[in-house]
Design a binder for this molecule. Sequence first.
Ligand code: ATP
Length: 361
Amino acid sequence: MALLEIRNVTKRFGNFTAVDNISIAIKAGEFFTLLGPSGCGKTTLLRMIAGFDAPDGGQILLDGKDLAGLPPEQRPFHTVFQSYALFPHMTVASNIGFPLKMAGKTPAEIKTRVAETLAEVELTPFADRYPHELSGGQKQRVAFARGLINQPRLLLLDEPLGALDEKLRENMQRELIKLQAEAGVTFIYVTHAQNEALALSHRIAVMNQGRIEQIDEPSRIYNFPVNRFVADFIGKINLLSARVLEVSAAHLKLTVTGLGEVTVPVSGHVKAGDEGVFAVRPEQVRIVAQSPEIPIESQLLGKIKDFLYIGDVTTYIIALSNNTLIEALLPNSVPGHAKLFDIGDPVVVSWQEQSAQFLPD
Ligand code: ATP
């Protein structure tokens, strides 16, 4: 049985539907992420799980029991916010021990558990400091520790790393993965940052306009997006309008604007005549210099139109013969070279058939 089951949940504000008939089953021990653009309803859904708001339709069940009517403080959950929400007049140790105090534990027990938790999050030397004497990352670690000390059935996290800079975020992501695995607590994590969702989650629900577009493991979301929205929202991708010409057991033959006829693996339920997009990730696009040894008729020819060097990789924009643009991402693995090609260089563009996809409209 799922630990938490969200069953056909809907939430309206006036005549605007913020969460539209969403169903998700979350397993015990999962790191589950709600991912989507700003305003897609992530926080609204999280607030209903926490019990701050009531759904207008549907049910939320914990261990199969409907939580309707149960106030937030009676749910065995804890919420961690981006703003940390630490008590400014309490030390780190008192902040972390607060949930135990509220639960009526003895001072001796609180002391022992706080000491253990401080050690887990590597904050032992900071026990007597106040929040204003901590860095952003340290404050967030205190918030996580306070969230985990009572071993909630669910830890709800709303953009908890949103206020941290890029480098610190990456460190905190690694810490969060470790903390979650060690604590064995089920996490529901809200973010609009695709990379963060991919890096942290066991499964991701991609949301758009109050609905779920896809629920899957990160690598499946990235490699096998079910539609154009998911493909476009997660990472970078070339999307060229296409129509299905033929469907066989393993392949689809497409006609693609700017590329002509192309075959891709069969995906989903499509039939001849369907309109959609041909999709291929920039890191799957290969480019080599045009040369007489390569038989021209079997290749797509183009010219480098522009490039963007960002250190570890360079993105090339290639203009194909009819001016269709396609992006290729190449690692800068040759030491000291910022780029392999220059603007105007004639190139041959290719990709492996299995790395491309047809996504219906
Ligand atoms: P963000 O990433 O920006 O936090 P989100 O996906 O968490 O976005 P929500 O905060 O859930 O989005 O909001 C979903 C939609 O519902 C938005 O259009 C928002 O304006 C609207 N909304 C949220 N709360 C209320 C409210 N109390 N009254 C009216 N509209 C609301």
